[in-house]
Design a protein around this ligand. Structure first.
Ligand code: BGC
Length: 743
C-alpha cells in the first residue's frame, strides 16, 4: 500500500503517454507494427461503454434495408454509443456525422460509413448475376473498382459486398446479387470483386473495405423461400458453398457479414463453428465480423435463446464483432460483463479488430479523408464511368435464341418497340442499386432511337404484373406496320433481390400472352428479357424468334442493348445459372451426380420426371453469338500422369461464321471413380477468346492437383488416383471429351 503514491502518478503518466502514442503516429519509429501499438494505446483509454459503442452499427434515416426497430442515431454518435453507420453517404452528410464524432465525443474516435454498394454507387453496372454472365474477370474487377472509387469519393469507407452465396435455386430472389450456381466460377468472381473494391489497398481514397456475405450458406434456403432454414451435410457445404467465401477471404476481404439462416441448427450469427472454427481458424480471417441486419435479435425468434441479452452473449462467444442495427450489444453487453456472461477480453478483441481497420483507413490522421467535394464531383457518375458501365453491360448480355439470324437488326428496319420495360428507366438499375438514379438511365427505346434510321414506334402493351389487356390492340397495330417487333418484358426491379422469393418463376402478368399475339403476326419477334433470376419460359422460347437475356443492365442499358441489337457488339455472355423448363425441376444445376439410376429414355426405372424432361431450357454456360465456333477434340499432353503433376489440355477453337466474336471455352472435369460420388462434370477452367471469321486459336488449360481434389470419404481434402474425363466446349452440355489417368 505504501507504493500507492508512486502507482497513481505512474498510471497517469502511462495514460498520457499512450494517448500521445496513438495521436502522434509519426513519432513511433521503433515499432514494427504501429497500428497494433496505436490500437492498444487507444483501447487502454476506453471505457466499457465506449468499447461497446465501437461494436455497434446503426442505419441512418437515409434508407431502409430492413425492419425498423429503432430510430435515431445522432445522440448515439455523440455519446460514443455507435462507431459505425450505414445508409450514410455523400460528402456533405458524412462530414456532418463525422464532425459530431470527432468534435463532440470524449475520445474523438472517427466513425466508419458503410453502404450496400452492390453493383455501382451512382453509375450503376449490371446486377452481379448479369456481370457473372460476362465470364470476364477484368470487367468484373473494373466494375467493382469504379463502384469503390465512386463510393469512396462520396464519403464511404465500406461496402456490404461482394455477396458470394452460391445458389442452385432461382426461386430465391437474391440470386441476382451473386455469381450464380457454380462454386469455381463463384470463387474467381469473389476474388475479382474483392480486388476491385479494395483496389491497391485499404486507406487509398479510391478504395472501400469489402464485406463478404452472407456467411454462411445463405443461398440454400429450403424451397428457395427467403430467410428459410438451411440444412445440408458438412460435405455438401464444404464442397459447394464454402469455397467462394474462402476465396474472398484469401483475396484479402477486410470484413465478413453473417447470414440470417441457421446452419446445422444454429443461426449463423451465433454459430461459433462457422465464425470462429472455420472462418478464423481454418480460413485465417483477420478482419471483423458484422451481423446482418438485426440477425442477432432474430436468434430469439429462431428459438435458440430466451432473450436478446442471451442472443448478444451467444454472438459474442461465436465471434461476432459488430451488431448491425440490433442494439443488443449496446443495451445488454455491459450487463453481461457484470453477470460474468461475457468477458472484457472478448470485447477487447472485437474492438481491436474494428479499430485496426479504422487506423488502416487513415481516419485517425484525417477523419475527413473521404470528404472531398471536388473529388466527389469529379469521380461520381463521370462520363468515363458511364462508358465503362456500357461496356460491362454489353459483355453481360446473353443471346439465348436467334432463329433465322433475326439478329442483328438492320439499322434501316422499321421497328415496333413494345412492352412494359421498353421505355422504363426506374427498373433498369435493378435491386440494390445504391445511390443510382433510375431517371438517369438510358431506356431501351432511347437506345434504339439513337441508332435506328427506320421508323420506331412504341407502345407498352401491358404492365409487368396485372391482367390488363387493354393495350394489346395498339401493340398489334403498331407491330403490323413494322418489319420487326422488339418486345421488352420481364420482372420489375423489386421482384428479385432480398425478400423477393417467387414460387412461380415464369413471366409475370399477361406479358407472355401478349408475345403470343404478336408472334401470330408471323413477323420476327425479338424478346429482350429484363429480370433478376433465371426464368422458366419454355413457351416464350418456342414463340420468340430471338431472345436476348439483358438482366438489369444498369445506367447504360439502352445504349448497351442498341450496340447488341444492331450488331455493333457481338454478344458473348454465357449463363452463370441454369434456366429450368419449369419451377418443378428446381433445384436444377449442371454439376449433378450420376446416381445409381441415371436417366435412360428406354427404361422406366431411372431418374426422371414422367411429365417433363430432365434437361433444362438453357444449361449453365450457354449463350450464342452472331457467329459460330467449332471445337477440336481436347488434347492432353499425355494420357497418364503422376499424382500432383500438372495436366495440360489444349483445344483449338475456330470461328466458323462470318463475324468476329468472342467465345468462352469452358473446361469441365469428371472423376470417374472416387471414394465418394462425384459430379458428372465440374467447371475447372475457362478462356475467353476473340476470333476473326475463319480464325482458329489453340488454348491451353492446366489442371493442378487441387483441381482434382475434393473432400474424400474421411473428409480430408485431396485428389485420388484413377481415370478422369476432361470435357471442353461452349457450354456445360455441349462438350468434347478425352480421358486421362492419374497414377
Ligand atoms: C441484407 C444485407 C445488407 C443489409 C444492410 C440486410 O437486410 O441481408 O445484405 O447488407 O441488409 O443493408
Amino acid at each position: 500500500m505504501r507504493h500507492i503514491k508512486f502507482i497513481v502518478p505512474a498510471l497517469v503518466l502511462l495514460l498520457v503517454l499512450s494517448a500521445f502514442v496513438w495521436q502522434r503516429p509519426k513519432q513511433i519509429q521503433y515499432n514494427p507494427d504501429p497500428i497494433e501499438k496505436r490500437v492498444d494505446s487507444l483501447l487502454a483509454l476506453m471505457t466499457l461503454e465506449e468499447k461497446i459503442g465501437q461494436m455497434t452499427l446503426y442505419t441512418t434515416d437515409w434508407g431502409s434495408t430492413g425492419p425498423t426497430i429503432r430510430e435515431g442515431y445522432t445522440e448515439d454518435i455523440r455519446k460514443g454509443r455507435c462507431g459505425a453507420l450505414f445508409n450514410s453517404h455523400t460528402v456533405q452528410f458524412t462530414r456532418e456525422l463525422q464532425r459530431i464524432a470527432v468534435e463532440e465525443t470524449r475520445l474523438k474516435i472517427p466513425l466508419m460509413f458503410g453502404y450496400d454498394v452492390i453493383h455501382g454507387y451512382k453509375t450503376i453496372f449490371p446486377i452481379p448475376l448479369g456481370e457473372a454472365a460476362s465470364w470476364d474477370m477484368e470487367a468484373i474487377e473494373k466494375s467493382a473498382r469504379i463502384a469503390a472509387a465512386e463510393a469512396a469519393a462520396a464519403g464511404l469507407h465500406w461496402t456490404f459486398a461482394p455477396m458470394v452465396d452460391v445458389s442452385r435455386d432461382p426461386r430465391w430472389g437474391r440470386v441476382m446479387e451473386g455469381a450464380g450456381e457454380d462454386t469455381w466460377l463463384g470463387c474467381r468472381i469473389a476474388e475479382a470483386r474483392v480486388r476491385g473494391f479494395q483496389g491497391k489497398g485499404i486507406g487509398n481514397t479510391d478504395a472501400v473495405l469489402a464485406c463478404v456475405k452472407h456467411f454462411a450458406a445463405y443461398g440454400a434456403p429450403i424451397g428457395g423461400r427467403e430467410y428459410n432454414t438451411v440444412d445440408m451435410s458438412e460435405r455438401y457445404f464444404r464442397e459447394y458453398y464454402l469455397p467462394p467465401y474462402a476465396a474472398a477471404v484469401k483475396a484479402g476481404a477486410a470484413t465478413v457479414m453473417t447470414s440470417f439462416n441457421d446452419y446445422d441448427g444454429v443461426p449463423a450469427s451465433g454459430n461459433r463453428y462457422l465464425l470462429t472454427d472455420i472462418l478464423r481458424k481454418e480460413l485465417g480471417f483477420r478482419g471483423f465480423v458484422v451481423t446482418d441486419y438485426t440477425s442477432m435479435n432474430e436468434m430469439v425468434t429462431h428459438g435458440v435463446v430466451v432473450n436478446e441479452k442471451e442472443a448478444g452473449e451467444l454472438s459474442l462467444h461465436a465471434g461476432v464483432d459488430m451488431d448491425m442495427q440490433g442494439a443488443i450489444y449496446q443495451r445488454f453487453l455491459g450487463q453481461s460483463v457484470k453477470d460474468g456472461k461475457a468477458s472484457v477480453a472478448e470485447i477487447d478483441e472485437s474492438v481491436r479488430r474494428i479499430l485496426r481497420l479504422k487506423f488502416a483507413l487513415g481516419l485517425f490522421e484525417n477523419p475527413y479523408k473521404f470528404c472531398d467535394e471536388a473529388r466527389e464531383k469529379r469521380v461520381v457518375f463521370s462520363a468515363e464511368n458511364r462508358d465503362a458501365a456500357r461496356d460491362v453491360a454489353r459483355k453481360s448480355v446473353v443471346l439465348l435464341k436467334n432463329d433465322k439470324n433475326a439478329l442483328p437488326l438492320a439499322k434501316s428496319a422499321n421497328i415496333a418497340v413494345i412492352g412494359p420495360l421498353a421505355d422504363n428507366k426506374a427498373d433498369l438499375i435493378g435491386n440494390w442499386s445504391g445511390a443510382g438514379d433510375g431517371n438517369a438511365c438510358v431506356s431501351l427505346l432511347e437506345g434504339i432511337k439513337k441508332v435506328c434510321l427506320g421508323e420506331v414506334t412504341f407502345t407498352e402493351g401491358c404492365e409487368v404484373e396485372g391482367t390488363t389487356r387493354g393495350g394489346f390492340l395498339r401493340a398489334i397495330e403498331n407491330a403490323k406496320k413494322a418489319d420487326v417487333i422488339v418486345v421488352a418484358i420481364g420482372e420489375k426491379a423489386m421482384m428479385s433481390g432480398e425478400a423477393a422469393a417467387r414460387a412461380e418463376i415464369g413471366l409475370p402478368g399477361v406479358q407472355e400472352e401478349m408475345v403470343k399475339g404478336l408472334a401470330a403476326l408471323g413477323k420476327p419477334v425479338v424478346v429482350v428479357l429484363m429480370n433478376g433470376r433465371p426464368l422458366a419460359i419454355p413457351d416464350l422460347d418456342k414463340r420468340a424468334t430471338a431472345i436476348v437475356e439483358a438482366w438489369w443492365l444498369g445506367t447504360e442499358t439502352g445504349n448497351a442493348l442498341a450496340d447488341i441489337l444492331f450488331g455493333d457488339y457481338n454478344p458473348s455472355g454465357k449463363l452463370p445459372m441454369t434456366f429450368p423448363q419449369s419451377v418443378g425441376q428446381v433445384p436444377i444445376f449442371y454439376n449433378e451426380k450420376n446416381t445409381g439410376r441415371p436417366f435412360d429414355p428406354n427404361s422406366k426405372w431411372t431418374g426422371k420426371y414422367i411429365d417433363m424432361p430432365n434437361a433444362p431450357l438453357y444449361p449453365f454456360g450457354y449463350g450464342l453469338s452472331y457467329t459460330t465456333f467449332e471445337y477440336s477434340d481436347p488434347k492432353p499432353n499425355k494420357t497418364a500422369f503422376k499424382k500432383g503433376e500438372p495436366i495440360r489440355i489444349s483445344v483449338t477453337v475456330r470461328n466458323s461464321g462470318k463475324r468476329a466474336g468472342e467465345e468462352v471455352a469452358q473446361l469441365y472435369v469428371r472423376d470417374l471413380v472416387g471414394s465418394v460420388t462425384r459430379p458428372v462434370r465440374e467447371l475447372k477452367g475457362f478462356r475467353k477468346i476473340m476470333l476473326n471469321p475463319g480464325e482458329a486459336k489453340t488454348v491451353e488449360f492446366i489442371l493442378n492437383d487441387e483441381d482434382l481434389s475434393f473432400y474424400r470419404r474421411d473428409m480430408s481434402f485431396g485428389s485420388e488416383p484413377g481415370d478422369f474425363e476432361i470435357m471442353v466446349g461452349g457450354n456445360s452440355m455441349d462438350t468434347k471429351k478425352v480421358r486421362v489417368t492419374v497414377l
